[in-house]
Design a protein around this ligand. Structure first.
Ligand SMILES: Nc1ncnc2c1ncn2[C@@H]1O[C@H](COP(=O)(O)OP(=O)(O)OP(=O)(O)O)[C@@H](O)[C@H]1O
Length: 665
C-alpha cells in the first residue's frame, strides 16, 4: 500500500475522563445516607417483629387480657390496651405481617408488569411503543379507588387480590417512568455494541438496559409499597379490611378514632407505626433517587430497520464484481422523507481498506452504520444495496442481521468507553462475546479472551480482564473494543473514527494496531475519519463525502496527490500535514461556509455555494465521472480544468491549490 508522504496523524484532545463508580457502589453510597439508614432500620424492625409476632408477643392478637380497657402504656402492655382490653403491641405487629406483605405484593406486581412492557417498548419502538403507550394511557385514566371499591363489592375483602389489581393499575404510571429511562439506555453505544456482538434484542434488554434501571426500580418499589400501605389502611378504615376481630392497621385506627376524646392515646401506637413505615419506605426511595450521575449525551443510536419491513425495497441483483463489499446507489433517509445520504456507491476489495472522509455532517457515519444495519431510529436505507460477499445487507431482516453482526461484520465505535458497558468487567464482556460468537465453552472463551487482548497489544491481559471499563485508560479501552470486535473473527471491520477521542500518541498506536490486524487477518475495512493523515496512513482507497454524496473516490495515492474535486483540494488545504498542496504561505486554510443541512441541499452541485470555481454550468445536478488521472471518480464538471497534477509532475511550490479557502489570521 502506498502511503501519503506526510502520514502523521492529527492531534485530537481526549475528553477528560473521570472514574465512574459502578451502579451498585452508587446504590450502596445512597443507602448509607442517614434517611436511608433510618428507613432500612425501621423497616427491618417492623418486618422482623411482624413476621415473628407469634413467637414473642405476650398475648394472642384477639385475647381479651382482662386488663383495663383503653389503658395507656404499662409494664404488662407496653403500648396499652384497646376498648376490649386487647394488647395493642401484639395486635399492631400481628397486623403488620399482612400489611407489609400485601403492600410488597402490589409493588412486585406493578414492577412485574411495568418492567417487561418498558423494556419491550424501548427495544421495539415505533408502533409497538405507541400501542403500549395508548393502552397504558387508557388504564391510567381509570380512577383507582373506584376500581378498588368495585372489586371489594364483587369479591369481598380479599386483600391480596385487591393489592394485585392495585399493582396492575399502578404499573401503567410506572411504565412511563421506566420507559423514558430504558429508551435513553437503549440508545447508548454499548447497547449498539451488544447488538454488534450478536446478542438478541431480549438479551440486550435484560443484560444491558435492565441493570441501568435498578435504581429507578428500587425507588418505584418503595413508592408503590407506600401507596399500597396507605390504600389498604384506608380501605380497612372504612370497613373493607380483614373481618373482625382480625387486627389491621386501618381497622385499629378506625377503632381509635371512635375513642379520640375518651382515650386519645389509642390513636398513637398504630398511627406512629403506620407513619414511620410509610416514611421509612419513602426515605429509602428519596435516598436512592438523590443526585445521580447524568446519562451521557445521546450517542448515535441504532437502526435495525430497513430490514424490519417498514421500508419496501425492490429485489436487487448482485453486482458482477470481485470486490468483497459493493455499495450501490445507497440512499438513506428519515422516515419523514428527508434524504440524508444520496446515491453513495463504492467497492472495497477483499483485504483492502477504504477511508470515508469529509467534514462533520456529510453522511460518513450513517453510511458506515448502514453497512451493519445499525441506523438510528427513524432513519433507514430507502434504496440501493450493500453487497457483502453476495448478500444484500440492506435487505436482511433483523434475525438475518443478527447472524451477520459480530461474526461477518464488526464495528469499532469512536468512543470506546461508551462501547463498553460500565456494569460489567472486561472479562464478562469479552468472554461473553467470544462464547456467543464462537460457540466455545466458558473455559475456552477465557483463553481466547486473553489471546485477543494480547493480540491487541495488552501485555497485562489477566489484570485488564478483571478490570471494569472505568478502571482502564481510553487507549486501553479502545484496544479492548478492538478485541471485542475481533471476538467473532469478522471479515469486514467498520471503524467510525476509532482514534478521534484518543490523544495523539495513543492514536498512532491504535492506527498501527489496526494496520497490523488488517495485514495479519486479511480483513476488509471501512474507516470513517476526518483526518487525511489517517487515510494516507492506513487506507488503500478513499471516498470523499460532501453533503450526503461521494464527490471524489479512487486510490489513496491518486486522490491525495492529485485531487480533482475542489472540495478534496480544500480539505487537503485545511489539513496541517498536506498544506504544501494548498497554501505556500505556511498558514493553515479553512473552507468558507458550512456543509448545508440535508433539507437545504441545492439541486445544483452541492458544493457550488462554497466553491470559487463554480460557474453557471454548475447549477445542474452533477453526476460522477472519471477522474482526469483515469483512476477513480469525481463529481465536478470542471475537474479537467481544476485537477491538481501529482507533485511528481509539477512541484507544489509551482502549483498552488485552486482552493476556495480563506487564510486563517
Ligand atoms: N438520527 C438522526 N436523525 C436525523 N438526522 C440525522 C440523524 N443522524 C444523522 N443525521 C443527519 O444526517 C446527516 C449525516 O450525519 P452523519 O452523522 O452521518 O455525518 P458525519 O459525516 O458522520 O458527521 P460526524 O463526522 O460529525 O459524525 C447530518 O446532516 C445529520 O444531522
Amino acid at each position: 500500500m502506498t502511503r501519503h508522504p506526510d502520514s502523521t496523524v492529527a492531534i485530537a484532545t481526549a475528553p477528560p475522563r473521570t472514574a465512574r463508580p459502578s451502579r451498585w457502589r452508587a446504590i450502596r453510597q445512597s443507602l448509607a445516607k442517614p434517611g436511608a439508614i433510618f428507613g432500612i432500620s425501621w423497616l427491618l424492625l417492623v418486618v422482623i417483629a411482624s413476621f415473628t409476632a407469634s413467637l414473642w408477643a405476650p398475648y394472642g392478637p384477639n385475647d381479651q387480657t382482662g386488663s383495663a380497657p383503653l389503658a395507656g402504656p404499662s409494664a404488662a402492655h407496653w403500648l396499652g390496651t384497646d376498648d376490649l382490653g386487647r394488647d395493642m403491641l401484639t395486635r399492631i405487629f400481628t397486623a403488620g405481617a399482612d400489611a407489609i406483605s400485601t403492600s410488597a405484593l402490589a409493588a412486585v406486581v406493578a414492577l412485574s408488569v411495568a418492567i417487561p412492557l418498558a423494556l419491550w417498548a424501548a427495544a421495539r419502538g415505533g408502533r409497538t411503543e405507541t400501542l403500549i403507550n395508548r393502552v397504558t394511557e387508557i388504564a391510567m385514566s381509570i380512577p383507582v379507588i373506584i376500581v378498588m371499591l368495585t372489586v371489594v363489592g364483587i369479591v369481598g375483602t380479599n386483600l391480596p387480590l385487591i393489592m394485585i389489581i392495585l399493582g396492575v393499575l399502578i404499573a401503567t404510571g410506572m411504565y412511563r417512568v421506566l420507559l423514558g429511562q430504558a429508551k435513553s439506555l437503549q440508545s447508548q453505544l454499548y447497547v449498539d455494541a451488544a447488538f454488534v456482538d450478536g446478542l438478541t434484542t431480549p438479551r440486550v434488554s435484560v443484560r444491558h438496559v435492565l441493570p441501568g434501571l435498578t435504581t429507578t426500580i428500587m425507588v418505584q418499589f418503595a413508592l408503590v409499597f407506600s401507596i399500597g400501605l396507605a390504600i389498604q389502611t384506608g380501605l380497612a378504615f372504612i370497613g373493607f379490611g380483614p373481618p373482625v376481630p382480625a387486627p389491621s392497621w386501618g381497622g385499629m385506627i378506625q377503632n381509635a378514632s371512635t375513642h379520640i376524646y375518651d382515650a386519645p392515646w389509642l390513636m398513637v401506637p398504630t398511627g406512629v407505626v403506620l407513619i414511620l413505615t410509610v416514611l421509612a419506605a419513602n426515605s429509602i426511595g428519596d435516598a436512592l433517587s438523590g443526585p445521580r450521575e447524568k446519562a451521557p449525551a445521546r450517542p448515535r443510536a441504532r437502526r435495525r430497520a430497513a430490514a424490519n419491513g417498514t421500508v419496501s425495497r425492490p429485489v436487487a441483483v448482485p453486482p458482477a464484481s470481485d470486490s468483497a463489499l459493493v455499495v450501490q446507489s445507497l440512499h438513506i433517509g428519515l422516515d419523514d422523507g428527508t434524504t440524508l445520504v444520496s446515491d453513495v456507491s463504492f467497492a472495497v476489495g477483499s483485504g483492502r481498506v477504504l477511508g470515508l472522509v469529509g467534514e462533520s455532517g456529510c453522511g460518513k457515519t450513517l453510511t458506515s452504520l448502514s453497512l451493519i444495519g445499525l441506523l438510528p431510529d427513524a432513519v433507514s436505507t430507502t434504496s440501493g444495496s450493500i453487497w457483502w460477499k453476495g448478500t444484500d445487507i440492506a435487505a436482511l431482516s433483523e434475525a438475518e442481521l443478527f447472524r451477520v453482526r459480530g461474526r461477518e461484520i464488526a464495528f469499532i465505535a469512536q468512543e470506546p468507553m461508551r462501547a463498553l458497558d460500565p456494569m460489567f468487567s472486561i472479562a464478562t464482556q469479552l468472554q461473553g462475546a467470544v462464547q456467543r460468537l464462537r460457540g466455545v465453552s466458558a473455559r475456552a472463551a477465557k483463553t481466547v479472551a486473553t489471546e485477543l487482548l494480547e493480540q491487541v497489544g495488552i501485555v497485562d491481559a489477566p489484570r485488564v480482564l478483571r478490570s471494569y471499563p472505568h478502571e482502564i485508560s481510553g487507549g486501553m479501552a479502545q484496544r479492548v473494543a478492538i478485541a471485542l470486535a475481533l471476538a467473532g473473527r469478522p471479515q469486514l471491520l467498520i471503524a467510525d473514527e476509532p482514534t478521534t477521542s484518543l490523544d495523539v500518541t495513543v492514536q498512532a498506536e491504535i492506527l498501527s494496531l489496526l494496520r497490523q490486524i488488517i495485514a495479519d487477518e486479511g480483513m476488509t475495512m471501512v474507516m470513517v475519519t476526518h483526518d487525511l493523515g489517517v487515510v494516507a496512513d492506513i487506507c488503500d482507497e478513499v471516498a470523499v463525502m460532501y453533503a450526503g454524496q461521494i464527490v471524489e473516490s479512487g486510490p489513496v495515492e491518486s486522490v491525495l496527490l492529485a485531487p480533482a474535486h475542489p472540495y478534496t483540494q480544500a480539505l487537503l488545504g485545511a489539513d496541517p500535514h498536506a498544506r504544501e498542496h494548498a497554501d505556500n504561505s505556511g498558514r493553515l486554510v479553512s473552507i468558507p461556509g458550512q456543509v448545508p443541512q440535508p433539507r437545504d441541499w441545492p439541486t445544483s452541485c452541492r458544493f457550488a455555494q462554497r466553491c470559487d470555481f463554480a460557474t453557471t454550468a454548475c447549477s445542474v445536478p452533477v453526476p460522477l465521472t472519471g477522474r482526469p488521472t483515469g483512476q477513480g471518480l469525481t463529481r465536478c464538471i470542471r475537474a479537467e480544468d481544476l485537477f491538481l497534477r501529482p507533485s511528481s509532475e509539477a512541484p507544489p511550490a509551482a502549483q498552488p491549490a485552486p482552493t476556495t479557502a480563506q487564510v486563517d489570521a
